[in-house]
Each structure stands twice: as structure tokens, then as C-alpha cells.
Write a protein that binds this ligand. Structure first.
Ligand code: PAF
Length: 281
């Protein structure tokens, strides 16, 4: 596995791969990899001749009071995992390699980024879209893989790729959960043992919502109310949002028809966790 620190190294690798007619898959990550990331890499490995994984804690998607400094990092462990999964290139640039002095260009998607996480993280998706565009331009992948756990991010990236005519297929992969239901996340490492137990309200709310829809409930507000009820029963949990939106347009819905995203962000202590499910009717 090549560990590339510079844009040029990645470009040279990709050019050589293209000359040999090999397809390229990209898995963008911020590192501290878990089974959720591994599932993206495994899918990329099965569908592409070459797999490039980026490990870059992107400063522009963190707000001024967010956890950029504290965000967990362990490149050695990440590299060992990626090597064992058969990855061809681990791209691990310094922030100064990704953002040159005087960088003045942003990629923003409007509308879809204003609700849900965008309400409390107003500059987050601009940072995500900018770095993902840059990675797409550097790697020029045939396919790029993202987790469904970040459902709003996935919808935003799909829209960006469509709107900017990026020649890449965006592939969303299912949420991977711990045995007890908690969605895998690098931020789970922030939780104390007690908080880890309290954090199970997120998946419990998801499963309760899914059950209601399975049983025939078509009133989105009724499902949201039930999910909120589950979370509010846990004293350590503080709701940021629980909402039902159109899964592609990220606009509020009241009836469950088509693809409806039920998404939540919940604070457990100081840690903000997200989870969701999509109802498809
Ligand atoms: O989902 C993430 O880990 C990040 O938002 C991404 C897509 C790697 C961009 O930094």
C-alpha cells in the first residue's frame, strides 16, 4: 500500500492505473477507522480495480467551538487496517497540502444544507463539499463511497455531484451498528461507560420508528413524536433535532410516501451523536 502525503503522488498513481485501464474507487474518511469505514472499503474493493482511501481531518468542516483538536487520530492503526483490506493508496495529506495559502474557493450546496445538522453547524457542509470536491478532482474516481449514517451529507454530496456534472458514481452504504444497536462512529470514543449506555436511546428510537412504519403508520409527525418520546425518557440525552424530511431534497414532510429520512442528532453529555433510518413506501 502506498502512503501518499502529496496530491502529486496520488495523481501519478491514478494516471498509471488509468493507463492500464483500471477503475478507481475513492473512500473519503477522517480516519480513526471502524467497521463502518471498513464496510465502505470492502465494497470499494469488490467493485473497483484500485482503491484510494483518504484519511484527512478536514479543518474547514469544523465550527470554531467544535472538536477539531480533540478529534481522535491513529494513523498507524488506520494504515494497518487499510493494508489488511487490500487498499492500494492511503492518502494522508497535511492541511497545508490540501489548503494552499490564500485558498479562496468554496463549494456550497444551498437549501439541502440549511436544515437538520446545518441549522446548528452552518458552515459544516460547505467544508465537506469543498474537501470532497477537491478529493474528487485529485483522485478522479469512477465511484466514491459514503456511509448512510451521515444521511444529510450523502444527499448533499449526491446533489453537488449532479449539479457540478462530476463524472463519478456516488455509492451510499448501510449504517453499521454495534451488537447492541449503537451506530458505529469515531465520536463514540468520547463516551464514558455510562454515556455509552445512555447513547443506546438513539438506536432504540430508530428501531421504534422503523417498527411503527412497518406496522403501517404513515403520519410522519406521529413517528417523530414516538422517537422523541424514547429519547426524552433518557435523562442524559438532550435532543438537537428529530425530524422527518424527504430523503433527497431534505425538505420537511408530513406524510410518509416515497423515501422519507427520519434523522436525529442527540447530545449525550458533551458528545453529539447522529442516527437515522429511511422509510421507503
Ligand atoms: O464523513 C466524513 O468522514 C467526512 O465528512 C468526509 C466525507 C470524509 C469529508 O471530510
Amino acid at each position: 500500500m502506498l502512503i501518499a502525503k502529496t496530491v502529486d503522488q496520488v495523481r501519478q498513481f491514478v494516471k498509471a492505473a488509468r493507463r492500464q485501464g483500471r477503475s478507481v474507487g475513492l473512500v473519503p474518511t477522517m480516519g480513526y477507522l471502524h467497521e463502518g469505514h471498513a464496510s465502505l472499503v470492502t465494497r470499494a474493493r469488490s467493485e473497483c480495480d484500485c482503491v484510494v482511501v483518504s484519511v484527512f481531518v478536514n479543518p474547514t468542516q469544523f465550527g470554531p467551538t467544535e472538536d477539531l483538536e480533540a478529534y481522535p487520530r491513529d494513523l498507524k492503526r488506520d494504515a494497518a487496517l487499510l493494508e489488511s483490506l487490500g487498499v492500494d493508496v492511503l492518502f494522508h495529506p497535511e492541511p497545508s497540502e490540501m489548503y494552499l495559502p490564500g485558498a479562496a474557493t468554496w463549494v456550497s450546496v444551498e437549501g439541502l444544507t440549511e436544515g437538520l445538522c446545518g441549522r446548528t453547524r452552518p458552515t459544516h457542509f460547505r467544508g465537506v463539499c469543498t474537501v470532497v470536491s477537491k478529493l474528487m478532482n485529485i483522485v478522479t474516481p469512477d465511484r466514491a463511497y459514503f456511509g448512510q449514517k451521515d444521511a444529510q451529507q450523502l444527499a448533499v454530496i449526491r446533489r453537488m455531484v449532479r449539479d457540478l456534472n462530476m463524472d463519478v458514481e456516488v455509492i451510499g452504504c448501510p449504517i453499521v451498528r454495534e451488537a447492541d444497536g449503537l451506530a458505529k462512529s469515531s465520536r463514540n470514543t468520547y463516551l464514558s461507560a455510562d454515556e455509552r449506555r445512555s447513547a443506546l436511546v438513539l438506536s432504540r428510537a430508530v428501531f421504534a420508528g422503523e417498527k411503527l412504519v412497518r406496522e403501517g403508520e404513515r403520519d410522519a409527525d406521529a413517528v417523530v413524536r414516538a422517537m422523541r418520546g424514547v429519547i426524552e425518557a433518557e435523562p442524559a440525552a438532550r435532543i438537537d433535532y428529530v425530524e422527518a424530511v424527504d430523503a433527497d431534497a431534505v425538505t420537511p414532510v408530513t406524510r410518509i410516501e416515497g423515501r422519507v429520512l427520519f434523522a436525529m442528532a442527540v447530545y449525550i453529555g458533551k458528545t453529539r451523536l447522529i442516527d437515522n433510518f429511511i422509510a421507503q413506501i
